[in-house]
Ligand binder design. Structure first.
Ligand code: MG
Length: 167
């Protein structure tokens, strides 16, 4: 299946399907207490099946890897090494993953970017390696998979952005 290469690339960078599924479950459980981690993993796989999502992953992960090997031109190399907070291109790229799923995905992305739960926090705290793009890519994948579940959940009517951001 076409999402296998994307999964392998993520695994090589220390992120598993289970890591992302756990974040999706945390996001969606307040709205759907029958939801399982398996369903969340399925949703992540569906997001990873989209070619534009795969292209986004290839691009972001390549930049992280090139920065680790000190192969980027200046000033980009320096910006990546310091994970310059005002850089912002990492978030902009990852937002491409979320866009397909509308406002719920966007709200969840903003929430994850701030709260940094699960593997996102681990990536951010990691001393070794450069994960400037990867943390945002994981936020994007989890937010998109979460929004996808929300759109399929016909029992839920209160998906206002402020609700999604609460608890
Ligand atoms: Mg980042």
């Amino acid at each position: 299946m076409s999402n296998q290469l994307a999964l392998q690339m993520l695994a090589k960078r220390g992120v598993t399907l289970n890591d992302i599924a756990e974040i999706v479950l945390t996001l969606q459980l307040p709205y759907n207490n029958a939801l399982t981690k398996e369903e969340c993993a399925e949703s992540v796989l569906a997001v990873l099946n989209k070619r534009e999502v795969q292209f986004t992953l290839y691009t972001g992960i390549a930049l992280d890897e090139l920065a680790e090997r000190r192969l980027l031109p200046q000033p980009l190399q320096e910006i990546m090494e310091h994970d310059e907070p005002l850089y912002g291109v990492d978030e902009t790229l990852a937002l491409g993953i979320v866009h397909v799923y509308g406002m719920i995905g966007l709200t969840s992305f903003g929430y994850l970017d701030k709260q940094k739960i699960g593997i996102i926090r681990d990536l951010n705290n990691q001393e070794q390696g450069i994960h400037v793009f990867l943390d945002d890519l994981v936020c994007g994948l989890a937010a998109a998979a979460s929004a996808r579940i929300a759109h399929q959940n016909k029992n839920v009517t209160d998906y206002a952005p402020e609700t999604a951001q609460g608890n």
